[in-house]
Each structure stands twice: as C-alpha cells, then as structure tokens.
Design a binder for this molecule. Structure first.
Ligand code: ZN
Length: 342
C-alpha cells in the first residue's frame, strides 16, 4: 500500500483542472453574475475547499427548470454526473477569471492535541465545515476521533460518562444537544478560544454506543448526570443561574431556552403572571406564554401544569409548552419557538 501522511498531504490531492471546462456554452447560457458572486462568497468561507459546496449553492439559486433543461441538452452530462460538471466548470472559470488568486496558502501548524505538525489543507471538507476555515487548529487523525459521527471512547464506565457530561454542560453553560460535537453546526457560534477549549476537552468524549449501553439514550444520561430535570425526582427544580442577557433562570434547561431567545434576538419577558391568577409563566414572547415543563412526571407539578393549560384555554391565551426532550436539538427548538411565537 502506498504511504500517505494524513497530516501533511492535501485531502483532495493537487487540483489539475482542465481549463477548457470553462468554455461550456450550455452552462454559459444561464450562468450569471450572481453565480460568479457565489464563487467569491464561497472562497471567503472555505478558501481552498470552496468548490466542495459550489454545485449545491448553484442549485439553490438556479431555477429547477433551467438545470433540468441544461442537463438534457449538454452532451457532457452523459459522460459525467451533472453536479460534477458544474463544479469543474466553476473551478475552471474561477481560475481563468483570477478569482482564486486571493485564496490564502494553507498553513503548517502544530495540532492542539497530539502536538504533531499538520497542513491545514490536509483536513477534508467535513472537518473544515465543522470547525470553520480560520479555526483549523487540530490534525485530521485527532479530529476524526472527536467530531465525526459515532466517534469517541468505547470503554468508559458510567462514572466517567457522567463526569464527562457534567463538565461538558459546565463548559457550554447549557444543556448539551444530542451527541454534542458530532453535528455540523455544533461548534458554530463559538470563538476560536472556546472552540479550542471544547475540542481539547472533547478528546475524552465517550462514544454514543457506550452512553446508550449504560443509560439507554443521551437524554437519560443527561438526567442521570443531573443536567436535565426529571419529574420522578424531588427537589430538582435546580439552582438559580443567570442567562446571557442577565435573566434569572431556575434550571439549566430554562437557561438554554433563554439563551436561545437572546441569540435569536427575540424579545422576551420572564415570569409573567397569567390573568386572575398567581401562576406565572417562564417566558412571554409577544402574546405567547412559553413554559418549560422541566419536571413533567411529578404529580404535584403535573397538577399545576394542567391548571396553567386550563387558564390559557379560559382566557384564550396562547401557550407553548417545552419539555426537556425538546432541548436535545437546537434546530427543532428554534423551529418550535419561531412557529409559535413569531
Ligand atoms: Zn493531532
């Protein structure tokens, strides 16, 4: 077998693009200035990996009919898959038009985990898209064990898993979403320093398989670690904590919701009274009461919940109920709130 140094060699080899691809008259028919601008934007975002996203982005901004007709008409689409044809065309065009001259040279760096030298372009697109082009501070072999789906350590015991999850919640200052670290957007929104801290911490990550083996699910593991509340436990209303905007929250779950509202720039009030009642809701967004029912399953708590729902019905108020399970996916939670309150 040929020896490949995963740390020093470019992930996709040298690009020897056939420049004649740029002369494709069938594409030139519909290729516009906006398409060229797309190339510029992608180069800003991904540098030497820009072409990895080009066919998808072109598809996003081009009418379906246009693509369909072109594929039918262009003889080269019988030879290659159409999205590769678009990528080859764009690559050749970018080169000829001088758009690629601003791409910076990949740097030689020392990996923050194994301390070995690596070249930035040895990281493949899936790694770059997770980290961000300016924050490539770890080598591919190290990262693959940390942020790829189904990665992580397989021989932890329960104690070690709980310790890891507690520390993770502590670093994140919110409820960690399902399999935190493995989804494309998990590391987005953190500063370079925060990312560095998170990834060096996550090298101790237990695998999902191991977590499921002991706890059944990520969700149950969070409950076992005391990060999410559980109605079957007493006194788990949690401790007070401050959300990013200074709001007082009574559990990490509530803080997770508050911080999300804040990051989405959604105006919200805390602890708002229901009419003719001593009950208060956790949040009020526009005219929608949002409740985090963290202790669902607890008898007394469920009774209160029912009364709150009744109150809302009586007064024709809108109520959005959020449960601990809803905190496992940021995107779904975002959707739920946006749909109900905006
Ligand atoms: Zn490394």
């Amino acid at each position: 077998m040929e020896y490949r140094d995963e740390r020093l060699e470019s992930a996709y080899g040298e690009d020897k693009i056939d420049l004649s691809f740029a002369n494709n008259k069938y594409i030139l028919k519909w290729w516009s200035k906006t398409h060229d601008e797309l190339i510029f934007t992608l180069i800003q975002k991904l540098q030497w990996h820009w072409f990895c996203e080009i066919h998808q982005k072109v598809e996003d901004i081009t009418p379906k009919e246009v693509i369909k007709n072109w594929v039918k008409e262009d003889p080269i689409c019988k030879e290659y898959v159409w999205y590769n044809v678009i990528a080859y065309f764009a690559e050749a065009r970018a080169k000829i038009k001088g758009m690629t001259k601003d791409i910076r040279k990949p740097k030689r760096k020392k990996c923050g985990i194994c301390q070995q030298d690596f070249n930035e372009d040895s990281l493949g697109y899936p790694l770059v898209i997770r980290l961000g082009i300016d924050d490539l501070d770890f080598c591919a072999p190290c990262l693959k064990n940390i942020i790829y789906p189904n990665s992580g350590i397989d021989d932890y015991d329960e104690k070690k898993i709980i310790k890891y999850l507690k520390e993770l919640a502590n670093i994140l200052q919110r409820v960690p979403t399902q399999g935190f670290g493995e989804r494309i957007g998990d590391l987005h929104g953190f500063t370079k320093k925060e990312k560095f801290e998170l990834i060096t911490f996550m090298k101790n990550k237990p695998s999902i398989t191991r977590i499921k083996y002991f706890f059944g699910s990520w969700f149950k593991a969070l409950i076992a670690a005391g990060i999410l509340e559980d109605g079957t436990r007493k006194n788990s209303r949690g401790i007070q904590c401050l959300a990013k905007d200074g709001d007082v929250c009574y559990s990490l779950g509530e803080k997770t919701i508050d911080d999300l509202l804040y990051s989405l720039k959604i105006k919200h009030k805390k602890e708002c009274y229901y009419p003719e009642s001593n009950y208060r809701s956790d949040f009020l967004v526009n005219d929608v009461h949002i409740e985090y029912f963290g202790l669902a399953g607890n008898k007394e708590y469920d009774k209160k919940t029912k009364e709150k729902i009744k109150l809302c019905k009586m007064h024709g108020l809108k109520l959005l109920a959020i449960y601990p399970k809803d905190l496992l996916s940021y995107n779904k939670l975002k959707e739920k709130i946006t749909e109900a309150a905006l």
